[in-house]
Design a protein around this ligand. Sequence first.
Ligand code: PMP
Length: 369
Amino acid sequence: MARRAAEYRAQGRRIIDLTLGEPDFAPPVHAALAAQEAAARPLGYTPANGIPELRRAARHALERDRALSYTDAEVAVGCGAKQVIFNALFATLGPGDEVIIPAPYWASYPDMVRLCGAVPVIVPCSAESGFRLAPDALEAAMTERTRWVVLNAPGNPSGATYSHDTLAGLAEVLRRHPSAMILSDEIYAHIRYGEGEYISIAQVAPDLRERILLVDGVSKAYAMTGWRVGWGFGPSELVRRITAVQSQNCTQTATVSQIAAVAALEGSQEVLAERCETYRRRRDAALAILRQSRHLETVEPDGAFYLFPRLATSDDLAAADTFLEAGCATVPGSAFGAPGHLRLSFATDIATLEEGCRIIVATLDGIPA
Ligand code: PMP
């Protein structure tokens, strides 16, 4: 949809693009300055699992933000959270292995699993359940072939987070299936609108620590998607295998980016709260417009920067086409395993966002925007 939106724009048509999956901010100034200074020095190859300064900074940030401590041998850096996840799956999956993926999901998970020759097992989670995986649904999906269970909170595209109790319920199920690992994708942990601290399954179930890979990075929190820096915390044997894959496919992520990531993690964190506030204002403005339409039902997201309204029709592809023709690009829910929904990104300025939402509502309600 983003590509089609760009094509229409090239033809001179005005298209509001609500497909973006990345922050619209610049990186923190201190990160950019650290990169600038480092770029003038000779920067050679560095360790495949990340420069020691970054592994240390990532560990300290996790201690600070989520009160979890890991050793240096339990963290691996890659070219974004994406590569760390891929490396972990590639290092552990074989033909016929299963990976449980709650839907709606980030579209890359099932494709990565298939690339590794394994089978994605999709567990639909309804809007009524707040798009959260329920412990009994997890239990029903587990088999002796389950190698990984994916948890992503705040979720892309749902924005849903998990309560302590739900995580405890999921942990209870996972204890009964000791051969499954848990991939906790926490890349949006800093973009949340609720009160209180982020809760990771690694905090709720410390006894499962040896089975959890906790993934994070600078892309979303620090608006540094293009810098390609992410990391994973997990048992040292898994980290060793992730590093072996990393080492043979791209050596390491760019050293200059890693140096910028250290500065982002160690510098002032004020920008995080400021940006959350900006996202919250945008979310509320968009919700206020979308909720005017009786053809849409929109759950208020707890985090991330997406709205995921349910349409009155199950044909989200046709609906997204209609909205594009009317001047607003969105992503159909089918791309995330949830037909009948749309993903709207609010990683864009409020005026653009409001205009896009008005186009959608007006199109649905048959009145001019
Ligand atoms: N996980 C989720 C849920 C995401 O939405 C994304 C980015 N779209 C990633 C991981 C990948 O992030 P990175 O840029 O660190 O590879």
